[in-house]
Design a protein around this ligand. Sequence first.
Ligand code: ADP
Ligand code: MG
Length: 687
Amino acid sequence: MPTLSDPLISIGGLGKKTSERLNQLGIYTLEHLLFHLPNRYQDKTRITPLSAAHVGSEILVELTIERIEEAPTRQRQLLCYLTDEYNQRLLLRFFHFNQYQKQSLVRGEVLQCFGEVKVGRQGLEMHHPEYRLTSQQAPLFESTLTPVYPLCQGVTQNKLKQWINTALEALKTAVINDHFEKIVKNTMPSLKEALITLHHPKKGEDLTKIADFCHISQQRLIIEELAAHQLSLKQVKLKRKSKISNIFNIENELSKKLSASLNFGLTAAQGRCIEEINTDLASEQPMLRLLQGDVGSGKTIVAVFALLQAVANGFQTAVMAPTEILARQHQQSFGEYLSKLGITVAYLSGSQNTAERNEQLSKVISGEAQVVIGTHALFQESVSFDNLGFVIIDEQHKFGVHQRLSLAQKAKKTPHQLVMTATPIPRSLTMSAYADLDTSIIDELPPGRQTIQTIALSNSRKDEIIEKIKKVCAEGRQIYWVCTLIEESEMLRAESAENTFVYLSDNLLGLRVMMIHGRLNKSDKEAIMQDFTAGKIDVLVATTVIEVGVNVPNASLMIVENAERLGLAQLHQLRGRVGRGSEQSVCVLMYQSPLSDSAKERLDILRQTCDGFVIAEKDLELRGPGEILGTQQTGIADMKIANIVRDAYLLKQASYYSELMLGESEATQNALIHRWIDEDRSHFANA
Ligand code: ADP
Ligand code: MG
């Protein structure tokens, strides 16, 4: 009899090859098999009458065979018509079958079938259902829910079930370390009980709760898994905090000068964020703070106030952005504030020629440049700083931990770090994936901003927009026309933008129409953006290169072509290019009919709200955490039982328990973490 810590091959009939396949699911031992939990359950505990069958649901039915036939289609099909006592029909379709199977299905026999109800031309259907002839075979009917496990190639549901049952046998006599039980003080089932219940829901359990993943045994494991993830990130945070950073003496002279140079006052939220940051900077614990705010909430100025503290204390600041366009934009917007204060800014990017690059590099090395703005070029080996003390990272999810690390390592002592995001992050993600960061939120827009009126319009109504454009331009306002055609190559993309450009130029005689896309060289792009900012261009036809950062308050109309192809966050970000002045702005989302359900949902959400926090939550629901986190922490997107969207309501409890776990011995903490997480996060602490 194998025990829980034994390798998989100690299970009879499980060979080396299968074992390797299971390894890919993170399963190496019998214990790992126990934590391979069903991702759903089939309900074969009741027979559903056909009159109650819902299309799309999986049900068990018991019906009589009325007739069978082979369809005379090109690809042979076996059709088996079933009826109930009210003469309601269900058609079974088999696309693969053998003669033996065909002969066994005899008119008058009673069948139990389990499968998904579909609807075809002749009414209700099931395709390749699981079935049994009640006169000859054991019925499909079960007294409890049937677990369905995630599979890997070469492993069948039945085999996996068998092996998991072996592990469950071993569990019965095993002592399993249950660190969490002590923490939750017996308010929930033990780990052992919970695992058994989930693999073999007992008769009499609340099956709907299990099917909905809100049974107490599931909650117990979900909370434990979420807590394990949070714990591992909080450990990282503590480790990072134990490093020594430079203490900045918070002074106000430069800040006062900056305030005086602004033609607006800070919002209360901006003021609060600056204070939170200053408190961190005045400590020798390195800051790692996430600054969140909706599009247009004014994150840049907050970052500028923060970096002034570094300048005042004689330290250099590096500002890193994921793209050249964004870095340029930062160079411009940061530069505008900083030049007035006599602060020197250097710029580094991959597209610079050697002479330019060397000139900028020497300013960085000598310390002449107090602030360095750039792209990935910033953390290259050849870059060294005179005295780096502060790092600002924009859109950190586009960078890996290692990239952040290689920049931070250019400082003599661990630098303080401020991380900015272009759009808000859903709360559930902040609590799980970003539990190692402190957070400041600008939850208020500058006064006087109008909400952007958002309209969805079919591409076929392009002509109406031409009139609208003429009107807006006559009022002296400017317009973005965004082409989102997602073509294979940058060349095709440029070409499609070019078609739109020609169309608009032809139809907007007398207006200054220009085009910007990724294929233009850097200086052309810059010249065009400058002209647009200066009001020398009326209509700017652009690809999504203008997505982030671009700030032209006089632009009040945005048209997005083929908006159905873009995600929520991206559309919200794009839309944020207008509505930056006090004028009522309009965003027209044009789409190609027919719209898919999910595209329709996205456009509807955008029409209903301009609140980036609401949009972020919806985006997470629709796309899932994997897409949103990008290169960050794949572990959160791929948990064993928890799902941060479905289980968001348990995050607070998990957070509470993870705090308690921090008081346990390191061995206890690590045992919990290793039970749930394969990924090693220790290197996070250095970054
Ligand atoms: P985002 O948060 O999207 O990065 P920005 O920092 O680009 O926003 O700011 C958007 C615009 O709002 C800029 O033109 C900026 O000068 C302006 N702004 C920032 N803070 C305020 C404020 N408190 N009052 C008025 N305008 C502000
Ligand atoms: Mg910005």
